[in-house]
Unconditional design. Structure first.
Length: 348
């Protein structure tokens, strides 16, 4: 009886193990039988913390894992001398095929990747917490960080260029800061700072703080004594007047006569330009200059005659003046050569 019970127990355990194995095979068969694609990238930096089996994430979503870590010269530059080899780290990763659209053509997949690479798609080494391990992050970087590593071979697998890791960027920035700090003469800087502080203290002591306080208090009293309400009212009235003037000016500018004045002025300017460009005007000006020259020559030739005429006119004017005075004194002298005798009336 006991032997039969043990037999049943053993059969039950065996069936449970077989069922568990079948379940594991059924669950994992999808993953094991799923097709993979190989992606490779190159790093010109240390990949410390990255191991085979490390996760590969696209924008934070796990899409594969690292399958190989080696150097590019062991695969592509084995026939070149050491001096001509690139010291890049080659990292291969196995990704799910449906990530790239499921196309079986490698050239078509690389063409799709190239279009995304042109938009900034890069592979970057990212730290995973504080454990010291790292993983590969595929994401889009800024255009300023899109410099790719140069190489002369054709990749055997799909290729996405790499970008500098965040840790290396921070280390590089820290090294630059430390280098700048090392170039700074701290003793001299501290001395200049102390000197500056001493100068500031001296200048502050020289400032007449009491006088400034009294003047500030007096200024406040003056401000308090100002008729602020009246000033505000006058300012509001001034603003109203300005608005009225602006409205009147706007009304004036909107008049059709003023709008057509610019056209009339342009027409007048065009007419004046045509008149000035007319060759007849230039000919008239030239003839006028010739006439003016002739008058100048004529006046120069007749200058003596004109002077004689002026002298004669002056003499005639003097004679007429004398004759007029004589006529006023003795009017009869204009008719008789001698003065008439005085009249004597007859005697009765």
């Amino acid at each position: 009886m006991e032997q039969q019970s043990n037999f049943r127990l053993g059969v039950f355990i065996l069936l449970a193990l077989l069922l568990g194995v079948a379940l594991l095979i059924g669950v994992g068969s999808g993953r094991w039988l799923q097709s993979k694609i190989t992606l490779e990238t190159y790093f010109n930096e240390s990949v410390r913390g990255l191991d085979i089996g490390s996760k590969v994430r696209y924008r934070g979503v796990a899409i594969g894992e690292v399958s190989a870590i080696t150097f590019t010269y062991t695969r592509y530059e084995g026939d070149l001398p050491n001096a001509q080899r690139q010291q890049y780290v080659l990292v291969e990763a196995q990704l799910d095929s449906h990530i790239l659209g499921g196309s079986a053509d490698k050239d078509a997949q690389q063409a799709d990747l190239n279009r995304e690479i042109a938009k900034g798609l890069r592979v970057k080494l990212s730290p995973q917490g504080l454990t010291g391990t790292s993983y590969l992050e595929i994401d889009y970087e800024q255009q300023a960080d899109n410099k790719t590593l140069p190489f002369s071979w054709q990749p055997d697998n799909l290729y996405i260029p790499s970008a500098n890791s965040t840790v290396n960027q921070l280390l590089g920035s820290a090294q630059e800061v430390m280098a700048k700090l090392q170039r700074i003469d701290l003793d001299q800087t501290i001395g200049l700072l102390n000197q500056t502080l001493g100068t500031m203290n001296t200048r502050l002591e020289e400032i007449p703080a009491k006088n400034i306080g009294r003047e500030a208090e007096q200024l406040l009293r003056t401000l308090n004594a100002l008729p602020l309400k009246q000033m505000a009212s006058e300012s509001a009235q001034l603003i109203t007047e300005v608005r009225d003037s602006n409205q009147a000016l706007k009304t004036l500018l909107e008049q059709p006569q003023l709008q057509t004045a610019s056209n009339d002025l342009a027409s007048a300017a065009s007419s004046a330009k045509m008149l000035l460009a007319n060759p007849a005007l230039a000919s008239a000006v030239q003839r006028l200059d010739q006439i003016t020259l002739r008058l100048d020559h004529l006046s120069a030739q007749r200058e003596g005659d004109v002077q004689q005429i002026i002298d004669n006119l002056s003499s005639t004017s003097s004679n007429l003046k004398a004759l007029s005075e004589k006529a006023n004194q003795r009017p009869s002298s204009l008719l008789f050569s001698e003065q008439p005798k005085p009249y004597t009336p007859p005697k009765p």
